[in-house]
Design a protein around this ligand. Structure first.
Ligand code: URA
Length: 226
């Protein structure tokens, strides 16, 4: 019995040490208060801090700002793009340029608020001239995205365009064949769709928007938004 109590006390002490490491020195006794949520917030913001200071690949030398991501850390729905563009690099926020405006419209049409989903990219720093991320850049950066997904634990991830879709599905197949149906990544549903920049660049082709909307309706159905 005593041994058991000692083990329990050691376990509690270990947990408290962990919380102290995160900067939490007060844990309310009231079970209804969200000590767990508090620590998640702390872990998340230290992850964002780490991303903002990251120097794991040469893109760090070229950036104005790293762009960790933005939104609700308890979101059911996550959007993942390829990497920050010029506007995102300047502001340190994802999807704030023209493609971002369109993404915000799509999110609203899905009956979500931009703040209630989480938006991020496969890589967190802008590649020069908005070229596609190179595999060594993705390799250096991917741990951040994995950690974000682990913490948020979304029900659905919408992948925008080829880069995030191929990343999650580990394939070279193109977005046109993969979009519009659910795939799975570690038990999470993945819905690939066209990148909003592609829609902006091909504004006259209304069928693209229609296809994205069909894809998003499937996501809405899964998340109870119909
Ligand atoms: N394109 C992306 O893939 N991500 C952004 O954040 C902006 C444009």
């Amino acid at each position: 019995m005593e041994e058991k109590i000692d083990r329990l006390l050691a376990q509690i002490e270990g947990n408290l040490d962990y919380l102290r490491e995160l900067g939490i020195d007060y844990v309310p006794g009231d079970k209804s208060l969200p000590a767990g949520d508090l620590s998640k917030k702390k872990v998340f913001s230290s992850l964002e801090q780490e991303i903002r200071q990251c120097r794991k690949c040469p893109l760090a030398e070229l950036r104005k700002n790293a762009v960790p991501g933005e939104g609700c850390i308890d979101a059911d729905l996550m959007f993942v793009g390829e990497g920050p563009g010029r506007d995102e690099d300047l502001q340190g926020k994802p999807f704030v340029g023209r493609a971002g405006e369109l993404l915000t419209k799509i999110i609203k049409a899905m009956k979500f608020e931009r703040e209630s989903v989480y938006i991020t990219n496969v890589i967190k720093c802008r590649p020069p001239g908005n070229r596609n991320p190179k595999s060594h850049e993705i390799e250096a950066c991917k741990g951040y995205l994995f950690k974000q997904i682990e913490l948020i634990s979304p029900k659905v991830i919408v992948t925008l365009g080829n880069v995030p879709t191929r990343f999650f599905l580990n394939t070279k197949t193109g977005i046109t064949s993969l979009r519009g149906r659910f795939h799975t990544y570690k038990g999470i549903r993945i819905m690939p769709t066209f990148h909003p920049s592609y829609l902006v660049r091909n504004e006259e082709d209304r069928s693209l928007k229609k296809m994205v909307w069909l894809d998003m309706q499937k996501v809405m159905a899964v998340l109870g938004k119909k």
